[in-house]
Design a binder for this molecule. Sequence first.
Ligand code: MN
Length: 489
Amino acid sequence: MKIKIFDTTLRDGEQTPGVAITSQDKFKIAEALVELGADIIEAGFPSASEGEQKTVKEISKNFPKKICGLARCTKKDIDACINADVDLIHIFIATSQIHMKYKLKMNEEQVMEKARESIQYCINHGFKVHFSLEDATRTEENFMVKICKIADEMKVHYINIPDTVGVCTPERMKNIISMLRKEISTPLAVHCHNDFGLAVANTLAGIEEGVILPHVTINGVGERAGNADLEQVVMGCKILYKNLGIETNIKTEKIYETSKLVERLYGIKISPNFPFVGDNAFAHEAGIHVHGVLAESSTYEPITPEMVGAKRRIVLGKLVGVHAVESKLKELNYNVSNEIAEVITKKIKDLGDKGKRVTEADLVAIADDILGRKREENIKLVDLRVYNDFGKKPFAFVKLNIDGKEEIAVSEGIGTVDSALNAIRKIKGYENVNLEEYHLDAISGGSDALAEVTVNLCSGKKRTIAKGIHEDIVMASVIAFINGLNNLF
Ligand code: MN
């Protein structure tokens, strides 16, 4: 059975408290979702503002046949969707007693009339309709069936059963869906919230009973505790419900990069233990698990990290062996003798005994310390100037001394750090250096605090980690970057 993925990262996800993103960023996410293989993208709530309507329209123009817009059962909201040229209009009206009484101040008859009127209005304008019974899981069952039948008879494209406040259980969801499937023939959607941590379980339960349009968001972003997470729903279907033959159009190997994009643009950090995309999802601390995973990954990993486009990570601890240290150092572009590797391993074990977790950056620091170097610096910073006239794009000028020869470059960027790092990457030979991770820590308090920047760089197959410390963030970043280049080249 093929199901379609309805992604609402850009609508429900944008309703996450504290999230407000620009039109350009919305566009970037829409593009990534299309690349990922989402079938329908709910791009926003066009009647919210003129800007929102314009953005949804722009997205619709670029990805026709994919875009859905949200509307209450009012002419104003539906007109906004029509003006935004969406392919599918998602209209909703609350059907639970609580919502009808306190929010809508309407009775059942009035709600049915409003629904009928709004569906007809969309149809008259030649639009496809996705109809939602808001707060469906707290709706009285007879009324739920009655209103679903209205939408069914009017031939809407989808009927959605939202668990608006996340109070459903998988068993109950199964009962609701199987009951509705006996009454109506319109394809069903579910929209589950995670207030009790059951959003994914409830969504999968719905799919088991024949839901073909799960609503999901990247990283589970959304109102309150969020929505059902796309990654988990898709991988759940693919791996756990394999026997049901459920297929999606999602290119799972793009999951990780899409998740990271949303994490960055929404500014909502994924917790390390988050399934599939969290930092620890495929991390193993040295010892029995590492031994197992390196011999045969399925011993301690249910799927390979490559399946979702992630990478396995080995964390060094007191149980680490000298071979793991050697291979890790090699990966970070350090070639050390077996003797030195033994010394480094002992040092890591000592730190482990003291309860310290040794990161890759720490390993590099330990190696540098033991090797007694100041590694030879072929690349030196001669001059750095950054211009930031707020309101315009900042730009940076850098002058490096590379093996005794001076090179200069200028570049713009989103911010001052970005412009400085972009400038360095404009210098011949460094164009393909990728900044895979950037991490900033303040070592002490106050605005004159020392900033410590850690960068993870790669160039082709080479990878390195480097740090830079300075009281100025841009300078700390540039130092870290150049230290990294000295490791790589
Ligand atoms: Mn919602």
